[in-house]
Design a protein around this ligand. Structure first.
Ligand SMILES: Nc1nc2c(ncn2[C@@H]2O[C@H](COP(=O)(O)OP(=O)(O)OP(=O)(O)O)[C@@H](O)[C@H]2O)c(=O)[nH]1
Ligand SMILES: [Mg+2]
Length: 457
């Protein structure tokens, strides 16, 4: 190699390193919000980007500067690889179905190779690379994050308020009776056993809440313990009564809670959420509308709690704990294929209203953010009938073709009368075959452009 060639090679290397970029994207959302489907959809669109016309707003593709994308295992070798192929097999197999609810953490890395648009880099080298890391995890564990900011007593007070809400009060009544009875016989010698039994009953109550589709379920590991199944770390519960805790119990409950904060929640977030620099917050607005007023209120409360912990300013808890530098946030209403396109704007508007306070905080911290309505995997076909009505065709759980009138979406907070009338949205099933790849989506290209576009110039 001549000296000139060597110089050129080294220069290229240095510039490559300088321009190679890395995005760690935190896909956050409660259980069922659509994280796994969205990650699958993103990977699908990236891998097939050059073979599809489905990405008009993804500039690097549209400007024909995309060389291609490749999947890799993440650099964190202790974590399973996100099973993209498994998810696609589920969606396109013999009996297509949605991938199962996530039970554990997984990660995947995408290498995106592209040509720069212009400028110095455009002249000196041919290609650049953007590395995108995505992490998938059970939504239940996300709700542990707000606990880091609360003492046991603060958490208990919050839960006491929540336990008075309709539906929750009914579901909790059995457990509350047990606590009231047990308080009378609380003793130092039997404390451990008494608390273990009450914690088991609390867990049963949380599971009932989950079955009834309530959302703010804490601690998350009690709903989905993972490797903590049966561990003493989970033998606590929020103090639910207005009378003070018996002395024999108070110290133990506070101690267990602190242990859970320090040894379960903190290591989890330090391990997986470190170095995140972009965030997508997924919200299943339609499901909450369908489930009714209390669920909708609870969803808002959960988003509020979550975004408080993700508060992006310098003094935020996350910053102190693991110093991520989240510099862009997308707030996303999912499953937009359950409504007609003319209602997408209303869905976006509703999420905008629901997150008004959080968006003001983002604005204050000068974090760019935008609200979207998307479908990671779109399952419906829109048809306009001769009488002017719009309908959605899709497949139901029994794999029959069904047609439903396109349901309405409120563009303002529903009124009492709206709630009385209620909302119903279709839940379509995937009916794809292997030939359907890349699977259809709604507005993933706009989301990709927002989250990745500035790094692909
Ligand atoms: N129509 C439609 N349904 C979707 C879409 N994404 C998710 N769903 C539905 O929502 C369910 C939950 O989606 P997931 O992607 O598994 O949700 P998740 O956030 O990963 O949930 P956890 O793994 O439990 O935390 C799926 O089983 C589908 O029924 C979408 O783009 N369109
Ligand atoms: Mg999942």
């Amino acid at each position: 190699m001549s000296r000139f060639q060597k110089f050129k090679h080294q220069t290229r290397d240095v510039i490559h390193r300088g321009f190679d970029r890395h995005i760690r994207l935190a896909v956050t959302g409660l259980s069922g919000a659509g994280k796994t489907a969205l990650i699958t959809g993103i990977l699908e669109q990236l891998l097939y980007a050059n073979e599809t016309q489905q990405l008009p707003y993804f500039n690097v593709r549209q400007q024909q500067r995309l060389n291609g994308c490749r999947l890799h295992t993440s650099s964190n070798w202790q974590v399973s690889r996100f099973d993209y192929e498994g998810a696609i097999d589920c969606l396109t197999g013999q009996a297509p179905k949605w991938p199962q609810s996530t039970r554990d953490v997984s990660e995947i890395r995408v290498e995106i190779k592209y040509q720069p648009r212009s400028g110095l880099a455009g002249r000196v080298m041919d290609t650049r690379r953007l590395t995108l890391d995505l992490i998938d995890y059970p939504g239940e564990w996300l709700l542990d994050l707000p606990l880091l900011q609360l003492s046991y007593d603060e958490w208990s007070r919050q839960q006491q308020r929540l336990l008075k809400a309709e539906l929750r009060d009914q579901l909790a009544s059995g457990w509350l009776d047990k606590v009231q009875t047990a308080v009378k016989v609380a003793s130092e010698e039997k404390a451990e056993q008494q608390l273990r039994e009450l914690a088991t009953d609390y867990r049963a109550f949380l599971r009932q809440c989950r079955e009834r589709k309530l959302l703010l379920l804490q601690p998350g590991r009690m709903v989905l313990p993972g490797e903590l199944e049966g561990a003493p770390a989970l033998e606590f519960f929020p103090w639910p009564l207005s009378e003070p805790m018996p002395e024999a119990w108070a110290k133990r409950l506070r101690e267990k809670y602190r242990y859970y904060q320090q040894n379960v929640i903190t290591p989890f977030y330090q391990k997986y959420f470190k170095h995140f620099n972009r965030q997508v917050v997924l919200v299943d607005v339609l499901q909450a509308l369908q489930n009714g007023e209390h669920h909708f209120a609870e969803l808002q409360l959960a988003i509020n709690e979550l975004m408080k912990s993700f508060s992006y300013g310098n003094n935020s808890l996350l910053k102190r704990l693991m110093s991520p530098v989240i510099d862009k946030v997308a707030l996303v209403a999912t499953k937009a294929d359950s409504i007609a396109p003319q209602n997408h704007q209303k869905l976006t508007q509703l999420l905008q209203l629901m997150t008004q306070k959080q968006r003001q905080e983002l604005q204050f911290d000068q974090i760019p953010h935008q609200v979207f309505s998307v479908a990671g995997i779109a399952t419906s076909q829109i048809r306009k009938l001769s009488d002017g009505t719009t309908v959605l065709d899709g497949i139901n759980e029994q794999r029959e073709l069904v047609r439903v009138g396109a349901p309405e979406v409120p563009n303002a907070m529903p009124t009492e009368a709206d709630w009385r009338q209620g909302y119903v949205y279709p839940q379509f099933y995937p009916g794809f075959t292997a030939q359907d790849s890349p699977l259809p989506h709604i507005r993933l290209d706009q989301l990709l452009e927002y989250v990745l576009g500035d790094k692909l110039k």
